[in-house]
Design a protein around this ligand. Structure first.
Ligand SMILES: *Cc1c(COP(=O)(O)O)cnc(C)c1O
Length: 455
């Protein structure tokens, strides 16, 4: 076979016309979301008070393996998709590994990450339903930016509750969101009851995603024709992100690439769930033998050290209960730079697959992540988002393993975005000021103590 090109592009016509719904393929489904008051499975009617109707249908859909991507939405996707699958020839040469390394690169749009895939879809359905404003939270800022881009395109108002520490560390992220027309409120804020309560308890708090979610939810509930949108964790977000996995699979088939190993970083689990979706489906159906690895920061280790339990999605304890690997909604990670991976829980689909041993999870420390990121930037040219570099670090470990064993594995990882807004963290690393933080068992115990009693 001829040598694979550096960049494998699909044509616009080859861009997927459907999403892949992994729940229709899984042998056992994740347990349902529960109403925290009644502990009964949440109903579509209840969810529709907070989320757009079509997104609720997608959230609860366990039967359709493929769900159509509307034509008008595909026109939006065409502005930045299909995204390239890249053969990391330079990295392979630098590592002197017999392994083949590929990465699916989602950093080709201005928001700088895969998040625009779901932002575009969610705002499209909001528009269809006649919603006039949306609220959300953002941690590192990629989701807020992606959503602001989509809201600008569809003409919808947007309020973004941005984790306070991120708003301070990344002032330019705020500027980008505002340039696209979104309104940014550092969280916790005194504009909501949830925010005021958290501030009263701890005025110095640097904020957390869970806390920003509580605030955004409250505004959505109290505002006419307003809905809340979430950038990760939920099943419909994983569904939208399956476009990453489908494009990757089509590209692999086009060039005869058969990955042995697929690696993704996992914050709330959406890019990882989306990247692996069709490959995992093939594995579940006995049609492929692929090893999957979810990589998380050692500072926020929901899969590797968390509990599989029902928990709230937010610090304010207002969301439905989700069965997931979690550190407890009261877990506030140290204010270091794990950025978009600082969430206490994990997608219920990814959690269930992990629980049933369909995938492996690893935690990596921050300095190791930046070491990998720097190596990659110097040989492949792209400045990776720190989140993405978690996957990269493990891909490099595996490639070095192949060098030792002489195995010629095909390693594929998700490069979810670029790191232009993470330069403060890169500077800390360059100046040798970056520290690793690993929570002690006592730190984790404090988070677990906030788990609701469900049984
Ligand atoms: C948000 C983000 C992540 C993590 O989110 P998931 O929902 O776990 O995918 C990873 N990489 C980048 C670049 C991000 O912006």
């Amino acid at each position: 076979m001829s040598k694979t090109p550096y960049k494998i592009y699909l044509t616009e016509e080859e861009m997927p016309k459907v999403w892949y719904n992994l729940k229709a393929v899984m042998k056992e489904l994740p347990p349902p979301m529960l109403n925290p008051g009644t502990l009964k499975p949440i109903t579509a009617e209840e969810l529709k008070q907070v989320f757009c109707d079509e997104l609720v249908s997608q959230e609860l859909n366990t039967t359709d393996q493929y769900i159509e991507i509307p034509e008008a939405l595909r026109n939006f996707y065409r502005m930045f998709r299909p995204s390239p699958l890249v053969r990391a020839y330079c990295l392979e040469a630098m590592l002197d590994t017999p392994a083949e390394i590929y990465y699916k690169f989602e950093g080709t749009n201005t928001s700088g990450s895969h998040k625009l895939n779901s932002a575009a879809a969610q705002v499209y359905y909001a528009k269809q339903q006649g919603i006039t404003s949306l609220t959300t939270e953002t941690g590192a800022g990629q989701w807020g930016t992606a959503l602001a881009m989509a809201c600008a395109y569809y003409g919808i108002d947007l309020q973004v509750f941005m984790v306070k520490i991120s708003a301070e560390q990344k002032p330019y992220r705020k500027t980008v969101i505002e340039t696209y027309g979104g309104k940014v409120i550092p969280s916790p804020s005194n504009t909501t009851e949830a925010g005021r309560k958290i501030l009263a308890e701890d005025p110095e708090t640097t904020g957390s995603l869970g806390c920003a979610i509580s605030e955004a939810l409250e505004v959505a509930m109290k505002t006419e024709n307003c809905r809340y949108v979430l950038g990760s964790v939920l099943d419909h977000v994983l569904l939208h992100q399956s476009i990453i996995g489908l494009e990757t699979k089509y590209a692999c088939e086009k060039y005869g690439i058969e990955p042995d190993l697929i690696i993704g970083c996992a914050g709330g689990g959406s890019n990882f769930g989306g990247l692996i979706a069709p490959f995992m489906g093939a594995k579940i159906n006995g049609k492929a033998d692929i090893h999957f690895i979810a990589v998380e920061p050692a500072s926020c280790p929901s899969l590797t050290r968390g509990r599989y339990a029902y928990d709230f999605g937010d610090t304010g304890q207002t969301t439905p209960l989700i069965k997931m690997y979690t550190l407890g909604s009261g877990f506030i990670p140290s204010p270091n730079h794990a950025g978009g991976l600082r969430y206490h829980g994990m997608s219920s689909i990814v959690s269930k697959l992990y629980h049933d041993k369909y995938l492996e999870a690893r935690a990596v420390e921050q300095t190791k992540v930046f070491e990998a990121a720097t190596t990659f930037a110097r040989c492949e040219g792209i400045l990776p988002a720190p989140e993405s570099a978690h996957a990269l670090a493990v891909a490099m470990d595996e490639a070095l393993q192949c060098k030792e064993s002489g195995e010629k594995k095909t390693i594929l990882f998700g490069l979810t975005g670029t790191g232009y807004f993470d330069l403060a963290a890169y500077r800390d690393y360059n100046e040798d000021k970056m520290t690793d933080y690993i929570p002690t068992d006592d730190d984790l115990a404090r988070g677990f103590a906030t788990l609701p009693k469900v049984d």
